[in-house]
Design a protein around this ligand. Structure first.
Ligand code: MG
Length: 338
């Protein structure tokens, strides 16, 4: 079993701004697992929010010695070993998880959703993300996103109301809002969420910093809008305490170490009566296609990370007007363009 990797810079169509950062290039690391002539592809899209960079990803990958395992089918043993190599490094671990699952699907000749017994018709519609910007650019982005039925709008700076007013002036389609921890006081968060309620918003994601769990509990009792955890939820072990403050969780493969743990998180969230959303970082079709394979199990899909870029090195699960088409392509369903 051989593991190799390559860095790649994803180029965004627009500068992507959220409450804590902005950028036009996202560096990723593509991982290739080779065994018996079959290639499994994986991806790490490291996020500074969780302490990762392309350098930390490569440093972590260098520690992995897969020669000790006879076969990629030993995915439970392999991922347990990988997880114990170092704390955190979740995107790096995720790259290995995706590559293993891709290899297994290809070896068996089935897409992962088929292997898991999931109905591809149950995939929810995917939202299209609008980053923070001037009202002129927001208006332009909303028009560009005309064919997408659901918008996910980033807020959390000074111009929240201006952004929502601008969008509502153009369309009455479903809006979901993500503050990315931007509102630092519970009073401000309460005022903004009440205003969003009046503007027909479906839910609010991560209104306040992850560390302010008691404030979010306070908030939840005062609003009539589901509150979804994103930055608050990283891995499976976070879930029980979050059920006291949130109505749902946003699972991202890059945060939770990959498909295997994501599946466990979905099952645990259901046991805790929580809604499940799957989101993404800015990613290529590798990460997005892998996450899409699980999407028949979720309530909300926010898997548009590769729709926002213009140089995706992979061809994967198609997003047509927000519909993710889980095809018969084997493994994760993504192949290199070259
Ligand atoms: Mg979010």
């Amino acid at each position: 079993m051989k593991l190799t990797w390559q860095r790649y810079d994803l180029q965004l169509k627009h500068i992507f701004r959220i409450s804590r950062s902005a950028g036009k290039i996202t560096p990723i690391v593509i991982v290739i697992l080779e065994h018996e002539g079959i290639l499994g592809y994986g991806e790490a899209s490291p996020s500074a929010r969780y302490g990762e960079t392309p350098d930390t990803v490569e440093k972590f990958l260098q520690k992995i010695k897969l020669q000790q395992f006879d076969s990629p089918f030993l995915v439970e043993d392999i991922l347990h070993y990988v997880d114990l190599l170092a704390e955190k490094n979740t995107a790096a671990k995720c790259a290995v998880d995706i590559a293993l699952h891709d290899w297994i699907g290809k070896k068996l000749g089935v897409p992962l959703h088929t292997m898991w017994g999931l109905n591809p018709k149950k995939t929810p519609l995917c939202s299209f993300t609008i980053g923070i910007d001037t009202v002129e650019v927001i208006a332009q982005k909303v028009r560009e996103a005309e064919e997408f039925p659901i918008l996910k709008v980033k807020v959390g700076l000074e111009n929240d109301k201006e952004i929502i007013d601008t969008i509502r002036g153009i369309t009455d389609k479903v809006i979901r809002v993500d503050a990315n921890e931007g509102w630092k006081s519970k009073e401000l968060a309460l005022e903004r969420i009440k205003w969003l309620q009046d503007n027909n918003v479906e839910f609010i994601e991560q209104p306040m910093p992850a560390a302010q769990l008691d404030d979010i509990k306070w908030l939840r009792d005062k609003v009539n809008m589901p509150i979804i955890a994103d930055e608050s939820v990283i891995r499976l072990s976070d879930l029980p305490i979050l059920a006291q403050a949130y109505d749902g969780i946003n699972i991202k493969l890059m945060k939770c170490t990959g498909l295997r743990e994501a599946m466990r998180m979905i099952n645990t969230a259901r046991a805790l009566n929580m809604k499940v959303m799957m989101g993404c970082m800015i990613e290529s079709a590798v990460g997005i296609s892998a996450a899409a394979q699980l999407s028949p199990l979720i309530d909300f899909a926010d898997l548009d990370g590769n729709v926002l870029i213009n140089n995706d090195p992979f061809d994967g699960i198609k997003n047509e007007k927000g519909a993710l088409h889980l095809s018969n392509a084997i493994g994760i369903g993504a192949e290199p363009r070259m």
